[in-house]
Design a protein around this ligand. Sequence first.
Ligand code: MEV
Length: 438
Amino acid sequence: MNTPVEGFSKLTKTQKIDWIATNCTKDPKATKQLLEQYWNTDPRVQKLHDEFIENTISNYYLPFAIAPNFKINNELYAIPMAIEESSVVAAASKSAKFWLERGGFKAEIIGTEKVGQVHFIYNGDREKLSDFFASAKPELFKSAASITQSMEKRGGGINAIELRDLSDKIEGYHQLHCKFETLDAMGANFINSCLEQFAKTLKERALAFDGFTEEEKNIEVVMSILSNYVPDCLVKAEVSCTISDLGNTDMPAEEFAKKFVQAVNIAKAEPYRAVTHNKGIMNGIDAVVLATGNDFRAVEAGVHAYAAKDGQYSSLTHAKIEDGIFKFWIEVPLALGTVGGLTTLHPLVKLALEILQNPSAKQLMQIVAVAGLAQNFAALRSLVTTGIQKGHMKMHLLNMLNQLGATETEKQQLVTYFKDQTVTNASVKEAYERIKSN
Ligand code: MEV
């Protein structure tokens, strides 16, 4: 069926759709109708979306939702979330409300430093390389001046350039390990531009360095790229209250607090659980990262690397009971931007940022960390009390009914029916069929 295609990118959008519909789908007419159905009615908005990526044939919708009532450092936020999974927004909202009545969330920035590296091979004398680096370093900074100028004006720029010898790992392998402050920008383009300039300058300076032999002068740059591992671009968010204040948690507060801390400790101790535990945290984090037009793949990669920083994959959250106080917190690296990228381009991203009162990158880091903590609180609260399925299946009910093709009236009837019934695939199907046959 599918055959190789030459020059697909050069085809018009209609030709691309024709090709894909005819070559890869059973009902080309239905495919075309579906793709068109998801176009924006305003051609200018559609064009904008078409141009975000390449070979666009339609739009792929995700629900855009709001989790209200988040009190963070005494400010109230309604948090926009883009996510496909039912229960996530409900869980976030429930947590927000719970902690709103208990003083809210506290969040603080621990660091904002980002990293980029020039990876290169040098097989010569190590001391000579150190001497060369010391002499070339001012030139490295200077050569990137046109790139860093406006960032520096705003208080950011290159924080440090270090020479690292990793030749014990790979023969001749060295790095320029560079640290950056990119303020409200995620900074990928800024960092990569600086790095590519460093690589160029490094090679040029090496060729002109008298201390090197002819062979040593030929530093081989392998690549220059930012790192998505940002352990020093770190934010902490926490909640705390007296155990007695935990009150309404479907079990006595003391028992709840103890079980909750045990659940966190299990995730700290055991990778199988840690991965699922952190997945729940990422339900909250990704949804806000996506809604605000940030790079969720970068965030995911960096967060999971951080979760494994001590040699074993572990929980991103921590909990303890001390002197009758329940404390629950998260520490998470988040490289986020609130300027550049999609922030002013994507109308819903712009709106999401407006809903968040146009936060700085630091404020957004705090909001996103709180969304992760809130999500984890809701998940653990269910897990150690009623179990996750009760709430989750209730939320999933509408998806199941839509899948079965239920009408609006049938949906209403079944939602009422399942208010006090257990939701399972079988029970929903059975109830639906019963209603249908009446
Ligand atoms: C489901 O998307 C997330 C949970 O599995 C998280 C967890 O187990 O902590 C409920």
